[in-house]
Every structure is written in structure tokens, then in C-alpha cells.
Design a binder for this molecule. Structure first.
Ligand code: 6CS
Length: 283
């Protein structure tokens, strides 16, 4: 048995030596080393301003990618390359290795926390609904929509608002999956849905750009929690997540975190006043 132990020790030493030679401090850092070699981190986004945005020339911005770009730069990963994904496809895509991390405003909830390795909180927001001017059906909550058998609400597929509406008792056939903000806006304007639900800052961004006096924002949606996202890493990449968190904490402490997210309308204080542990435990 002693001989086996010596052999295992020698093999382990060989692996560590190879990794140390490559600059990794441990086998766990292999993912970070791989991203450094790759020269970029592949991030999943939704193109939902001000969380995430892709300009006509392909430039990626938004509070979540901007924080990620800065942190990866400090980790020695020079850039990020973004892919647009539906919220409901982000975690499966991460688990399948299509992305290295989700930086999209993917809100922390227990079921998601069980599926990915979240960073500490980054972007926090309440929920909102876009309705016709005057709020003709008097919506204040998802329960109000559930109670009105003629009412329909649009929301992102696999998104938090879809789940909130279903959990509030809105039947499946009255919760309409909407692919993106522009479609949701148009569907409300055309009367094809009675309400379109996204986080407050996303709805406000749509409203501002639409400049349509026949629309109204209901915010916050009564009874809906304030959520916060984090960067979501694949289970098994906790060492990369931990390295990300070290740099995120430095950004928060130095005030640079606020400088990045607050011009988009987000509150640094809100993200700094809670933790992944609390958000992942929230009912
Ligand atoms: O985390 C989510 O599911 C939600 N987050 C954002 C930023 N927009 C909509 C989405 O449903």
C-alpha cells in the first residue's frame, strides 16, 4: 500500500509541476489559464439594455458585460466575446460549454444557484410591467393578471417574470413568451398582450426609446421581490468564480464598480448590501 501511495504522490507532483510551469497556481486555475491562452472569455448575454446591449456595429455594452470585461482584464483575460441567448437557454448553454460565463442580469434564485456557480451580486432591480396608458385593466401585480380571465402578459422565455406570473396563478396559455424587448413593446402597442414584464430598468429603457404617450409603466410590480444577478459560472469552475469575486470585491471597494454600473441606472449600494448566500437562500 505504501508503494501505491508513493506512486500517486509522484504522479500528483508531475501534474502540479506542469501546471505551475504554465503559470497556474493549482489544477483549479486551469480554466483561468485556458481563458488567458484563449485571449477572451465567451459570455452569454440577452441584448436587453441597460443590462446588456449589442450595437449595430456589434459592439457589446451594458452594465453586466462592462463589469465582466473589466474584471477579466484584471485577471489577464484581454477581452470578452458575447453570444446572444434566451434567458432559459443560458444555463444549459453554460453547462454544455458554449459559454465560459453568463453576464446578462441572470437573477439569482435558489434553483439557479443549484445549477451554476454565481459570483457575488452585481446588478439589482425590481420588476415592472408595460401597459396601455391609463392601465385599463388595473394591473398592480401578477395576481391581478391571474384574476382577470381575459388578461395576458408577455415575458422572456425561461425568465424570472414568466415564472413569477405562472407562480401567481396566471395560466400557461395567458403567459406569452416574448423573444425580446422590441417585440414585447410592439405586442403591447398592438393590443396583442395586455402587459409586458421585465425588470424596471429594462422597461424604462424601452419606454424612453419608444417615446409613445399611449404607454404606461407599472413599477414596481406589487409582491415581486427585488432580485440581483451575478456572473454565472459552470459548476466545477469555482476557482475561476473565486478569482472573479476577488477582483469584483476590489472594484466595489475602490468605487470603480459604482462608476461602471451607476451611469446605466443601477445602484452599487444595492449590490453591496446583499450577498450571494442571502440571495440564493431567498424564498
Ligand atoms: O434573470 C432573469 O430571468 C431576468 N433578468 C433580466 C435582466 N431580464 C429578464 C429576465 O427574465
Amino acid at each position: 500500500m505504501k508503494k501505491l501511495g508513493i506512486l500517486a504522490g509522484v504522479a500528483g507532483l508531475a501534474v502540479s509541476t506542469m501546471l505551475l510551469a504554465s503559470g497556474a497556481r493549482s489544477a483549479d486555475d486551469a480554466k483561468l489559464e485556458q481563458l488567458k491562452q484563449q485571449g477572451f472569455a465567451r459570455v452569454a448575454i440577452a441584448n436587453e439594455p441597460p443590462y446588456t446591449a449589442v450595437a449595430a456595429d456589434g459592439k457589446v455594452s451594458g452594465a453586466a458585460p462592462d463589469v465582466a470585461r473589466e474584471i477579466f482584464k484584471r485577471l489577464g483575460v484581454n477581452d470578452i466575446v458575447a453570444s446572444i441567448s434566451e434567458y432559459g437557454a443560458m444555463i444549459p448553454g453554460l453547462q454544455a460549454g458554449r459559454f465560459d460565463v453568463v453576464t446578462a442580469g441572470l437573477f439569482m434564485k435558489p434553483e439557479r444557484c443549484a445549477a451554476v456557480a454565481y459570483s457575488e451580486p452585481v446588478l439589482c432591480d425590481a420588476e415592472a410591467m408595460l401597459v396601455k396608458k391609463g392601465n385599463p385593466k388595473g394591473f398592480k401585480s401578477y395576481e391581478d393578471i391571474a384574476k382577470d380571465s381575459s388578461a395576458t402578459v408577455g415575458a422572456p422565455g425561461g425568465g424570472t417574470e414568466e415564472k413569477l406570473a405562472l407562480n401567481a396563478g396566471v395560466p400557461r396559455d395567458r403567459v406569452i413568451v416574448v423573444p425580446d424587448g422590441q417585440s414585447g413593446l410592439k405586442m403591447v402597442q398592438d393590443g396583442r398582450i395586455d402587459a409586458y414584464s421585465l425588470p424596471v430598468l429594462s422597461i424604462n429603457d424601452l419606454m424612453k426609446k419608444a417615446n409613445d404617450p399611449n404607454l404606461e409603466v407599472i413599477a414596481p410590480v406589487q409582491g415581486a421581490p427585488v432580485y440581483c444577478d451575478g456572473a454565472a459560472f459552470k459548476k466545477g469552475d469555482e476557482a475561476l468564480r473565486d478569482a472573479y469575486d476577488v477582483e469584483l470585491a476590489k472594484l466595489k471597494k475602490s468605487g470603480e464598480f459604482a462608476k461602471i454600473i451607476e451611469p446605466y441606472g443601477f445602484s452599487a449600494k444595492a449590490a453591496m448590501s446583499t450577498t450571494r448566500e442571502k440571495l440564493c437562500a431567498a424564498k
